[in-house]
Design a protein around this ligand. Structure first.
Ligand code: NAG
Ligand code: CA
Length: 231
């Protein structure tokens, strides 16, 4: 009984200590200008090795040069999990330093939503862009990310939480970053698009612990998830 009470007090104190630094429910991050030092670091919920995963996010940008959308690095591999928009027409996905690329039509005028799934056993990559499933590809079959990751939005890591290239920095708006340590089913991926996130156990935008550096602005997100695609 005493232990239980202690535990409750501990959790209450932990909650009080961190409650206003965590969670971005109905919020978005704005990276207003190109930089080499503005970024947002997302602290993962668990530090277990990552094998299967699903990563979803929404971005809005009219920048035509290559830019990073999501960068997860370990001490060994800087492009451990990386999403790059090479141009309006091309997105590259990296796992363990290897990559596959997708031809897409992205718009400078609208939010774009993406989900990437990766099955470590088969190496199969699934990619959904604005609700459309693109062809399955494969990379790094049998690979597992064992080292502690650093997850950065806004900058592309060429080191471990460092070595940012301003010419690959993100300029625009990002929100709703979610990550699971499993491959979501096609039905689950569809539901993500409309704001239903089935227990995200690596990154949960609504409760994520984060740090920001430089010129990064947090603003309320103005529209509901399922309204953004009704143009
Ligand atoms: C990854 O997914 C495959 C297929 O769904 C499953 O068999 C395997 O156990 C998963 N691996 C881990 C570590 O969860
Ligand atoms: Ca890199």
């Amino acid at each position: 009984m005493k232990t239980l009470l202690g535990l409750c007090v501990f959790f209450l104190l932990a909650l009080l200590a961190t409650s206003d630094q965590i969670g971005l429910k109905r919020k978005e991050m704005i990276f207003p200008e190109q930089s080499k030092d503005s970024y947002m670091k997302l602290i993962p919920k668990k530090e277990d090795p990552i094998s299967n995963f699903t990563l979803c996010l929404k971005v809005f940008s009219d920048l035509s040069r290559p830019q990073v959308l999501f960068s997860l690095a370990t001490k060994q591999v800087d492009n451990e999990i990386l999403l790059l928009r090479d141009s309006y027409q091309k997105i590259s996905i990296f796992v363990g330093g290897s990559s596959v690329s997708y031809e897409v039509k992205t718009s400078p005028h609208h939010w774009m939503d993406m989900c990437v799934t990766w099955n470590s056993e088969t190496g199969i990559v699934g990619f959904w862009h604005n609700g459309q499933r693109l062809v399955k590809k494969a990379l790094k079959k049998g690979y597992t990310i064992n080292e502690k990751p650093i997850i950065i939005l806004g900058q592309e890591q060429d080191g471990y939480g460092e070595k940012f290239d301003p010419d690959q920095s993100f300029v625009g708006e990002i929100k709703n970053v979610y990550m699971w340590n499993r491959v979501l089913s096609p039905g689950e991926v569809r539901s993500v698009r409309y704001g239903d996130y089935p227990d995200p156990n690596i990154i949960d935008w609504e409760s994520v612990e984060y740090e920001v550096a430089g010129n990064v602005v947090i603003e309320p997100s103005e529209t509901h998830d399922n309204m953004e695609h009704k143009h």
